[in-house]
Design a protein around this ligand. Sequence first.
Ligand code: ZN
Length: 429
Amino acid sequence: MTKTFMPQMETLDELRDLQLKGLQKTVKHAYEGSPVYRKRLDETGIGPESIRSLDDLEKLPFTTSKDLQEGYPFPLLSVPFEKVVRIHASSGTTGKRKVLCYTKKDIEDWTHFFARCYEMAELTAEDRVQIAVGYGVWTAGASFQLGCEEFGAMAIPAGPGNMDMQCEFLMDMKTTVMCCTASMGLLLAEEVHHRSINDKVHLKKMIFGSERASDAMRNRIGELLELEHMFDIPGMTELYGPGTGLDCVYHTGIHYWADYYILEILDPETLKPVPEGETGEMVVTTLEKEGVPLIRYRTRDLTRLIPGQCECGSILPRHDRILGRSDDMIIFRAVNIYPGQIDHVLSGIEGIGSEYQVILDRKEDGKDYMTLKVERDQCVAQGRDAELSGQIGKEIKKQVFVSAGVEIVEYGALPRSERKSKRVFDNRD
Ligand code: ZN
């Protein structure tokens, strides 16, 4: 039998048993190792012995990014310094940065489940993996590489940028898998096309890290490079870094490593679980992490769990792509809406551009109204406006559960920004 990095269990009951053991271990470890965690747990009257079942998870206090910033430079450290073998940090001004410490076991665990990503993407030892992400304290190229070596494929640690070199490696090393951001993937695809070197390039798969690839971007990359598969690799520094899950070749959501962390999806207002399949904030609790364990860490990222089992047969549960940040949530007629949901609906409709605005007004009748301004695509005739606005309204109603007026505007009519464009205009107070 070939080596596998998948969890060796067959039922969800086995997975839950393992999660309970990991949770008990983590609470005990954090309580004994970190004065901050101990104080907080004592204040809530919860001790390591209080965790008898997975339902006890909800008794535990939350951890937030403030906890990780306030303890600068070594927040929530739960082991003695001599056990720390590496740090990574999120960018930000000094004191706002989150520095995370890793023990040897943390790095080994991370390497193991990163190798699982390559297995999930159905690579083999024959594959040649060009790793074009940053290496250093802010980014974790090292994890892509260690995971690749552990898996047994050939790593080409190219680093980001330098298109000449990337193209040269693609041809000379006969790279089959590329790991990069989606933006870089697009640049590379256009470069390969521009240089007419398609027939010398053997790329089959791309793994996108650190930013969400829009559907338009993916389609363009896939077309230009004739790829078999594109995968999204999630990851945040607080939770090891990249590699905490991957979509399988069926691409029906991201399988996440539930044997290394528990994922709760909570309503960001009430902090209670949302019904399965609905969007909420990702809250994570680690099961094995030693350096900086996380207990109910509020990530502020929004997604939903995907109900049911995947066709691939894996028992590892799935979450959707990240739909945005809970800080961006709009409450409209008692429905929680995230701009990412609207983005998602619009990206599934042909004939419109990628720019849009959401305008919220309160009218004389005291009710709230939503207007969506959406750009017509460049090559689409004005005569289709009524049809397009009707289709958008219908899809918004179906997928976001609200009614919105839709106004189609000329291509290029909405402002563009190199940074994040302002898309929501709330005129209600
Ligand atoms: Zn699957």
